[in-house]
Design a protein around this ligand. Structure first.
Ligand code: NAD
Length: 299
């Protein structure tokens, strides 16, 4: 049967490596990487995410700067906070938690972030860098998926056929770019695609980010495929709330490997946020960019 890709374990290992690098950098330079997270309003789900990011940032040995603004904050006030963080020497990464209250324009806020501190990788400069295969900051969820895929298949993805279900700016599109940069043959399907199931059946790597519980059935999966289920859907079953993915997990036994939900892609996302903060920090500093190790870890 298909092996589970243990995202929780891989995220723990990644966080350990980040922690070690932070300690080395701290000892060698006296500077500590810092992440600023901005939360506007009191959306309960966002508050949980922000608290978890804060906890893990501290656990990785980094500085965490939390900015909680009232729901009625004006666009100008939010933009001036972003501008202050852009020039704050202690802040290497900036994340504005989405969604914002409806009177605020998320795009204007994201584009105001210094692209070199844009640890969510949503700025157009970073999207352009990714599209052209240049070094930059890439969105955390597809970055985590890429690590899980490489863990399952090894570094050599060249020539594999990857099918991505979903074309959002935060998951589907950057995932397609990353897989193309790894020399995969890439097909992107979405809600208007006419033969989604047939296309999925041709995938060596199937990444599903549609937000539709159980959309991908067992007979959509090629035997031996690697399946990455990004979906997180809250459903009611037997009077209980449960989280399930976009793939009918119980029907995927003939896959080579599959990410469970929960415990697959989810845990990698925050670990990748801290990895991006470290990448942003290194780009700011002249010293740690060792030749041939521009993106890698120090040890
Ligand atoms: P989105 O709503 O922005 O995009 C969904 C995409 O799926 C769209 O491109 C749409 O065309 C496509 N789609 C919808 N129904 C389809 C269908 N029946 N067939 C084919 N394509 C279809 O969503 P998103 O922000 O990309 O997120 C997708 C899912 O991933 C959600 O469940 C979300 O909760 C989850 N997610 C998880 C993480 C994580 O850390 N694990 C991070 C981000 C998003």
């Amino acid at each position: 049967r298909a092996a589970d890709i243990d995202g929780k374990q891989l995220a723990t290992e990644l966080l350990e490596r980040i922690k070690t690098d932070v300690e080395i950098l701290k000892a060698e330079t006296g500077v500590v990487p810092g992440l600023a997270v901005v939360l506007v309003g009191d959306d309960p789900a966002s508050a949980v995410y922000v608290a978890s990011k804060h906890r893990q940032t501290i656990a990785a040995g980094m500085k965490s700067f939390e900015h909680r603004l009232q729901a009625g904050t004006t666009q100008n006030d939010l933009l001036s906070l972003v501008h202050r963080l852009n020039v704050d020497q202690q802040v290497h990464g900036i994340l504005v938690q989405l969604p914002l209250p409806s009177h605020l324009d998320p795009n204007a806020v994201i584009q105001a972030i210094n692209p070199d501190k844009d640890v969510d990788g949503f700025h157009v400069s970073n999207a352009g860098r990714l599209a052209t295969g240049s070094p930059g900051l890439v969105p955390c969820t597809p970055l985590g998926c890429m690590m899980l895929i490489k863990n399952a298949l090894g570094e050599h993805l060249s020539g594999s056929h990857a099918v991505i279900v979903g074309k959002s700016n935060i998951v589907g599109k950057p995932m397609a770019q990353m897989l193309m940069n790894a020399h995969c043959t890439v097909t992107v399907v979405h809600s208007q695609t006419r033969n989604t199931a047939d296309l999925c059946r041709t995938a060596d790597i199937l990444v599903v980010a549609a937000g539709r519980p159980g959309l991908v059935r067992g007979d959509w999966i090629k035997p031996g495929a690697v399946v990455i289920d990004v979906g997180i859907n809250r459903i009611q079953e037997d009077g209980k709330t449960k989280f399930v993915g976009d793939v009918a997990y119980g029907e995927a036994g003939h896959a080579r490997a599959i990410t469970p939900v929960p415990g697959g892609v989810g845990p990698m996302t925050i670990a990748c946020l801290l990895s991006n903060t470290l990448t942003a920090f290194r780009r700011h500093q002249p010293w740690p960019l060792l030749p041939g190790n521009e993106q890698g870890f120090l040890r």
